[in-house]
Design a protein around this ligand. Structure first.
Ligand SMILES: CC(=O)N[C@H]1[C@@H](OP(=O)(O)OP(=O)(O)OC[C@H]2O[C@@H](n3ccc(=O)[nH]c3=O)[C@H](O)[C@@H]2O)O[C@H](CO)[C@@H](O)[C@@H]1O[C@H](C)C(=O)N[C@@H](C)C(=O)N[C@H](CCC(=O)O)C(=O)O
Ligand SMILES: Nc1ncnc2c1ncn2[C@@H]1O[C@H](COP(=O)(O)OP(=O)(O)OP(=O)(O)O)[C@@H](O)[C@H]1O
Length: 490
């Protein structure tokens, strides 16, 4: 692609536009490790690495065009353009380079503290059953049809977002369900994504290390909705917001968007409602109402919170024209999402559950669900991540103590923090006789399983699908489901 084609959409501070006519770009790159001859290298100033310090090396490696946001010392500036914000330029250039892929897909964006992964998987299942090929971008992986690509972030950087969306278009994907984190919204990782439907799940304590205040955290979430549906595209008011109005933050969102709004909730609230909710030992049942029709729903998923997740997915599919009975049929087939309330079968009659709950609200919801059916003791093995929101540590420990009979505190991903200090933060308001403390996660799980007898429940919370533990900066293999299976095999 001609460089001028990419560059003419940028807000440029300094550039020799005539020269750009003769430059061809074969790739967009924001990582020095991926530079190839003929690429456009966009220098990003990150927390650990600044691409601006490597501009000369990028030119030497054959980069055809360099985009910077601050002066750099190099011999020849003819292939360098300066913009106010390279991160935004990266989103703009990538969107054009990859042919604005989201405009060719039905694009769902899901935001909120909990439920994003579950909802994206439910939406994907519904759309697949409706005959579409689907994609997912999220915490567990990026998925194109049946191909799963490992990922670091829940929502990747703008270049990765656009290139994955473009791969989806090439693979004839029709619709994509994307988790949109609050941090991604603040940083602009989804600039250039033309969402058709935005979904709000809930807002509770998380990521305050990043956002500092709950107000900032809420403001970040509003961006997905305030950036949706402002234009009268193709003569249609075609954008939709699907919002949980049982959550006060959802109510506050209602006047933040120009898009059509489908509210959902329980207790008689919402245009889409669930009533008569029953949690059974093998799932959750409720009556779903919309547009003066009521439908019985029998989910295999456990817990009130999954009623909300299923309503959100139903709403998203419904506003995109999928038949309600067909949506419910799809929801009823979903057995579960990996590491989300995953019951690990065993012959000991102990209900061992691996769940990704890693926020206070998530943990409380899971324990409440367990308490609704538990007959014996409830062991709760849980820790808190290092280098992340420390405020939630004592709250999570208190919830584990209040809602389980036997809390066992252990390590999550300690990262570069001392795991003992993380546990000290967790137990600060508790007496030592209220809990068991075991820093080694495998040992902690084995301890809980060895204590449990038939009829007891062992919840292993926090890491869900993850098959690693990050200690320092190293990832060690560790898989909660595998540990449970090993224990019962022995
Ligand atoms: C705080 C934050 O947002 N960090 C993100 C940020 O990292 P950073 O600023 O340290 O990046 P950096 O390493 O300095 O690199 C800067 C630039 O130089 C490039 N680079 C880097 C190294 C090199 O050798 N050469 C090079 O060119 C990088 O590609 C990048 O373009 O940019 C990286 C690349 O896009 C992200 O992976 C990283 O997310 C880290 C891993 C992270 O933990 N982020 C968390 C806070 C986060 O974003 N979480 C949310 C929510 C998760 C949830 O659902 O709970 C998420 O969406 O993931
Ligand atoms: N709607 C919900 N409300 C509260 N808790 C939920 C909800 N849905 C799921 N959870 C809990 O949160 C955990 C994580 O669920 P899920 O992965 O779907 O959320 P998420 O928003 O994708 O989280 P993350 O972005 O941090 O990965 C689940 O294992 C469950 O314990």
């Amino acid at each position: 692609m001609q460089a001028s084609n990419l560059v003419n959409l940028l807000q440029i501070n300094r550039c020799d536009s005539e020269k750009l006519e003769h430059i061809d770009i074969n790739e967009v790159v924001n990582d020095t490790r991926a530079i190839t001859p003929g690429c456009c290298f966009v220098a990003i100033s990150g927390g650990h690495f600044d691409g601006h310090q490597h501009v000369q090396a990028a030119l030497d490696a054959g980069a055809a065009l360099i985009v910077i946001e601050k002066p750099v010392e190099i011999s020849d500036h003819s292939r360098v353009i300066m913009v106010p914000n390279t991160y935004k330029a990266l989103a703009q250039i990538s969107t054009r380079f990859y042919g604005n892929p989201s405009s060719k897909l039905t694009t769902f964006g899901v935001t909120g503290t909990n439920g994003k992964t579950t909802i994206t998987h439910l939406i994907s299942q519904i759309m697949e059953d409706a005959g579409q090929k689907t994609g997912i971008i999220g915490t567990m992986y990026n998925k194109i049809g049946d191909t799963k690509i490992p990922t670091i972030n829940t929502t990747p950087d703008p270049h990765t977002v656009q290139s994955i969306l473009s791969e989806m278009v090439t693979a004839d994907v029709n619709s994509v369900a994307m988790e949109v984190s609050s941090i991604a919204l603040v940083q602009g990782r989804v600039w250039g994504v033309d969402f058709d439907t935005a979904i709000f799940t809930n807002l509770t304590e998380d990521h305050l290390d990043y956002h500092k205040t709950f107000e900032n955290y809420f403001a970040a979430k509003t961006l997905l909705f305030s950036q949706l549906g402002n234009s009268f595209a193709d003569g249609q008011w075609a954008k939709n917001a699907v919002i949980n109005i049982d959550d006060p933050a959802g109510v506050k969102l209602l006047d933040k968007t120009a898009a059509n709004i489908l509210t959902y909730g329980t207790h008689g609230k919402g245009l889409l409602q669930a009533a008569n909710i029953r949690v059974t030992s093998h799932g959750t049942e409720y009556d779903l109402s919309i547009d003066n029709q009521t439908y019985p729903v029998k989910l295999q998923l456990m817990g009130d919170f999954n009623v909300y997740n299923s309503l959100a997915a139903f709403g998203a599919a419904y506003v995109n024209g999928i038949d309600p009975e067909q949506i419910i049929q799809s929801l009823e087939t979903v057995k579960g999402v990996r590491g989300r309330f995953e019951v690990v079968p065993n012959d000991a009659d102990v209900t061992a559950i691996v769940d990704y709950a890693h926020t206070p609200d998530g943990l409380q919801n899971v324990l409440e669900t367990i308490n609704a059916f538990a007959k014996g003791k409830v062991y709760c093995v849980v820790g808190c991540g290092g280098d992340r929101d420390a405020l939630k540590r004592p709250i999570m420990a208190q919830i584990a103590t209040d809602y389980s009979t036997n809390p066992v505190f252990t390590s999550d991903n300690p990262r570069t923090e001392d795991p003992e200090m993380i546990l000290d933060d967790m137990v600060v308001n508790l007496n030592a006789d209220q809990y068991v403390r075991q820093i080694d996660r495998r040992e902690a799980i084995n301890y809980a399983l060895s204590q449990a007898v038939a009829g007891d429940v062992v919840l292993i919370a926090g890491k869900g699908h993850e098959d690693y533990q990050i200690i320092g900066t190293t990832k060690h293999h560790l898989d909660d489901v595998e540990i449970v299976n090993d224990f019962f095999e022995k």
